[in-house]
Design a protein around this ligand. Structure first.
Ligand code: ACO
Length: 323
């Protein structure tokens, strides 16, 4: 039985818009292709001197403003990102420093697009076990900085943004009902960005620090694996699809979300996503969709929600939560 509750959400995207029309001027593509294959219309991208920590800090500031939350007793900061400002120190340390939080741990985790839900899973575990009381979980990315703008099959997909939630101790009204997570490391080669090593499983890697993906393989994997995970999640919670008010999958591609929904009998009317105007923002996509859902007066107190992250690794984490 969980003892942790999600009590606030905040998000932030950079001001600069990269529309499909803008992309037409950069690579051989067009609005019709991008809309038809991905459902994306535009994405937000950072300025040269704007980094993941800046976006994460602004998302947390929204929590303070909109929910009137005091952060002084936050005892852990978890930032999910695969585009940290530095290899180290972590983005979480920069957030700690900005808000001058005196007694908090801070670390980044990297599970790419599944990272935000991984962070929530970890936060629930640490609060329920009694080790922590108040945790900031943030998903933030500046994917535009590692996107190859000469590769038309990937550069149309990615955007920048950040979303944050506060998870607090609450025995009376816990959020977390069930979880599922898994990894298919053999598929890591389908989506990567080189770091210190330029080889994987004996194969030379491409990209020179930019993201490289075999979009078709990732697409097929997600559309096959996510419905299986959703079934497991529901069984573990002893719930049926009809009991779910909102499905919030990682916003990788609208066609992918539609296909997963169709296989799992979840209507698009019950699905929240951020893909149309923000593109694929990896770790940030789920909290961005949650915040949009609140602002559009869709997501309400006591709703039953499935959050499902999936991506590079390959890796996935799903959670059923009470809002
Ligand atoms: N504009 C116009 N034509 C294009 C473009 C473009 N932007 N990109 C590719 N094409 C062309 C290709 O060259 C190809 O042409 P050809 O048939 O003449 O060879 C044709 O369109 C079809 O290309 P495919 O790659 O087969 O297109 P597909 O339908 O698979 O869509 C896409 C590609 C959108 C990338 C899709 O595979 C996808 O979304 N995959 C999932 C990506 C994803 O979710 N990644 C996860 C990232 S998460 C993370 O962890 C960061």
């Amino acid at each position: 039985q969980s003892k942790a509750r999600i009590t606030a959400v905040g998000s932030y995207v950079p001001k600069r818009i990269l529309s499909n029309a803008d992309l037409e001027k950069i690579v051989d593509t067009n609005d019709e292709w991008i809309t038809q294959r991905t459902g994306m219309k535009e994405r937000r991208i950072t300025e040269e001197n704007e980094f993941t920590s800046d976006l994460c800090i602004k998302a947390v500031e929204k929590i303070v403003q909109d929910y009137n939350k005091n952060l002084d007793d936050v005892d852990l900061i978890i930032v999910s990102t695969s585009t940290a400002d530095y290899a180290f120190p972590s983005v979480a340390c920069q957030v700690q420093e900005h808000f001058n939080l005196k007694s908090t741990g801070a670390f980044d985790l990297n599970a790419t697009c599944a990272g935000f839900t991984y962070g929530l899973h970890v936060a629930n575990g640490l609060i329920t076990s009694g080790l922590h009381k108040k945790i900031l979980v943030i998903g933030g990315e500046t994917l535009s900085k590692v996107t190859d703008y000469t590769d038309r099959s990937s550069c149309v997909l990615f955007g920048d943004g950040a979303g944050a939630v506060l998870v607090e101790y609450d025995e009376q009204k816990p959020s977390f009902i069930s979880s599922v997570l898994g990894t298919n490391g053999e598929g890591g080669i389908h989506l990567y960005r080189t770091g210190l090593s330029k080889q994987m499983n004996g194969m030379d890697l491409l990209g020179n620090g930019n993201m490289v993906q075999n979009g078709r393989e990732v697409y097929k994997w997600a559309v096959r694996m996510v419905p299986i995970g959703l079934q497991t999640l529901l069984e573990r919670a002893n719930l049926k699809t009809e009991d779910i008010d909102w499905f919030v999958p990682h916003s990788a591609n609208l066609r992918m979300i539609e296909s997963i929904g169709e296989k799992s009998h979840i209507s698009m009317d019950n699905t929240l996503y951020s893909v149309e105007n923000m593109g694929n923002t990896s770790s940030a996509s789920i909290p961005l969709a949650l915040d949009l859902g609140i602002k559009e007066d869709k997501l309400h107190y006591d709703d039953t929600v499935i959050l499902y992250g999936f991506g590079g690794g390959l890796t996935y984490t799903g959670l059923i939560v009470k809002w």
